[in-house]
Design a protein around this ligand. Sequence first.
Ligand SMILES: Nc1nc2c(ncn2[C@@H]2O[C@H](COP(=O)(O)OP(=O)(O)OP(=O)(O)O)[C@@H](O)[C@H]2O)c(=O)[nH]1
Length: 217
Amino acid sequence: MKPVMTNLTSVRVVVLGSKHVGKTALIVRFLTQRYIGEYRSNIDWLYKHSVTCDDSVTEVEILDISRWSDDFLPTDGVQWADACVVIYSICDRKSFVKAHDYLDVIYRTKAPHYTPVVLLGNKRDLELGRQVSFEDGSELSTQYGCDFDEVSAADNYVRVNEAFCSLIRQVRTSQLQQSLVRQRKRSIMTVTKMLSAMFGKHSNKNVRKNTQPSCSL
Ligand SMILES: Nc1nc2c(ncn2[C@@H]2O[C@H](COP(=O)(O)OP(=O)(O)OP(=O)(O)O)[C@@H](O)[C@H]2O)c(=O)[nH]1
């Protein structure tokens, strides 16, 4: 089936995680299906791409934040985004602890609004170096009510693609609901205006007459 281009606004995703957990590798894997081993660090990249999920094409902007030190909490990037990806490496316990902080920032910055978030444990191909169990990741995601999976930018495209597409799907559904609510509000206002233009003055008079007690004997 030919992909359908929708006229919804673009979807903005911020990718957060400690240094060297594979943020850039995962983004590039999702956007190009390719795995590239080495990247220039210390630069923030904003990727703009058209991606196809569920037979429809969506414009996505993905912010890859690399320049921050581990003490910096990225509230601006979170504020900007419609959805967030939090990444840790299954071989790096510290990056998992840091993922906890990032999830905290997201929920504090976005509350009370719902924001789609996925927690990803990357480098699952390096099983021998594992420091974080699948259960730990799953438990953390349950604590924050977000999606979770373990992936590998190095050797699997399917799960990486599914994680990003699931986020995009959730944002699009919420954008669609908001636009339907706006449309409904506009049509209710139009009908209200039409009704008051047709009957407004008349009905006001009637109301006044009915509420005033009659003095005639
Ligand atoms: N084995 C393995 N290595 C990976 C995987 N993903 C990334 N790497 C390697 O991990 C290192 C860091 O990857 P990057 O994508 O640069 O990580 P990053 O989080 O963007 O790093 P910074 O920009 O420095 O914060 C590179 O040497 C990658 O080749 C993976 O799934 N498996």
